[in-house]
Design a protein around this ligand. Structure first.
Ligand code: GAL
Length: 415
């Protein structure tokens, strides 16, 4: 028997009543970090479709993206791989393929004509040596701003269109006894807010050029100085219980009105929906204040461990890849996840107003930007960005100029 936990396969066998051999060939262990209410509800749509096609799902949730990704890699390196694991497409996944750790799902992708159905940027990022090494399941945007409408009304403020307008609004919210920013104090969340400021102050061309070139002069530029000054000015508007808070707890603060704003990816919208709130009703959505329109994308995907060194996907892995990209699953999953379908040909008119904004925005390729979380930069640089931003954000005495210099050096050392 391959490396599945025997108990897990037995449990799956008991639940389906098919022969152990047949079941085993259709069993997939799925390692992921989707542990919040909306993330679990969304993934359940995939599981339901997979099991309806005869698949047996062994669930391995691990809270925290960084923890889950490390566990997936350690299990592969330790010779006990999870057959399917959540990652995000981009440079970091290619680093795993470089080490020969992945199986490809190119056969099913070709049969299903993924090349014609996915945006070119995603096709490119999901392939390695011309073959698909991941099933991209959605498109999330990171530069969203969610807000509690009643809170803004109470403080007499409008939805800010610039960061200077935001600062004015934040002071009024504070005077009205409302925490201006609900933030989870974890490096990846602090980085998401930073990158929204960077995009907002520097503009989409600056963001794209900076992160695609990691150019030292750009990192040392006056524009970058303004970004750090603006980011530093946000510090007083976060409550003292922020450090360590999970992202979905911060979302809940905005839903309840304890906090006015959350700068977060639109997986926060999944939590808003799971709380029974229609996005755009009591909780509004807008892009974070910016000088031009853009969409910082991250694409959730599932990759497939090479099982017993096989480059080809097993039947269960191929079935999982197929199910994830099916139109019905794309709709059911993404509506609960807060993201939009990865496929271009899925009717999205039943999606909420915020999703419609995303779909409309992405019709202009000039708006397409990539997250530094996993998609757009090497893992060493991604880690350096998160760590140096978090150092600066949590330092009581580092000046914006010192923060900028630390950021420049951290990237120079990591690239
Ligand atoms: C991101 C992922 C989202 C959501 C978020 C918080 O990396 O793309 O789907 O899971 O982490 O967990």
């Amino acid at each position: 028997m391959k490396k599945f936990s025997k108990v897990a396969v037995l449990a799956a066998f008991m639940s389906t009543g098919v022969s152990a051999g047949a079941l085993h060939a259709q069993t997939a262990e799925v390692l992921h970090w989707w542990t919040s209410g909306s993330e679990q509800a969304a993934l359940a749509e995939v599981r339901k479709a997979f099991e309806a096609k005869g698949g047996a799902w062994v669930d391995t949730p691990i809270a925290g993206g960084g923890n889950a990704r490390a566990a997936a890699v350690n299990r592969m390196l330790g010779g006990d791989p999870a057959s399917v694991f959540q990652f995000s497409i981009g440079q970091q996944l290619r680093e795993l393929a470089d080490q020969g750790l992945l199986a490809n799902v190119d056969k099913i992708a070709s049969e299903e004509h993924w090349d014609e159905k996915l945006p070119p940027l995603i096709v490119k990022a999901a392939k390695y040596d011309g073959e698909y090494i991941a099933a991209p399941i959605n498109i999330h945007g990171e530069n969203w701003m969610f807000f509690n409408k009643a809170g803004l009304e109470k403080a007499g403020v409008d939805v800010p269109k610039s960061w200077s307008e935001f600062m004015t609004a934040a002071k009024k919210l504070e005077d009205a006894g409302i925490i201006p920013i609900g933030l989870g104090g974890q490096p990846w969340q602090e980085r998401i807010m930073f990158n929204s400021v960077l995009l907002g102050v520097g503009g989409r061309d600056f963001y794209a050029k900076l992160y695609s070139t990691l150019d030292d002069d750009l990192l040392a530029s006056d524009t970058m100085g303004k970004v750090f000054e603006t980011f530093a000015a946000l510090k007083p508007f976060v409550d003292e219980s922020s450090p360590g808070r999970n992202w979905n707890e911060a979302t809940n603060m905005v839903i309840k009105g304890d906090a006015a704003f959350q700068f977060m990816g639109d997986w926060a919208k999944g939590e808003i929906i799971a709380a029974g709130v229609e996005p755009g009703s009591t909780v509004g959505c807008a892009f974070a204040p910016a000088i031009d329109t853009a969409y910082i994308m991250t694409v959730d995907a599932f990759a497939f461990s090479a099982m017993d060194g096989e480059e080809e996907a097993t039947p269960a892995q191929a079935k999982m890849a197929q199910v994830m990209l099916e139109p019905d699953v794309q709709i059911a999953f993404n509506k609960k996840k807060g993201s939009i379908p990865a496929r271009l040909d899925v009717p999205a008119d039943s999606f909420d107003s915020c999703a419609q904004m995303a779909i409309k925005t992405l019709q202009d390729p000039k708006t397409h930007l990539v997250s530094t979380g996993l998609f757009g930069v090497p893992s060493s640089v991604s880690g350096a960005i998160d760590d140096s931003i978090s150092n600066f954000w949590n330092s009581a005495d580092m000046s914006p100029q010192e923060g900028q210099e630390q950021f420049r050096q951290a990237i120079a050392n990591a690239k």
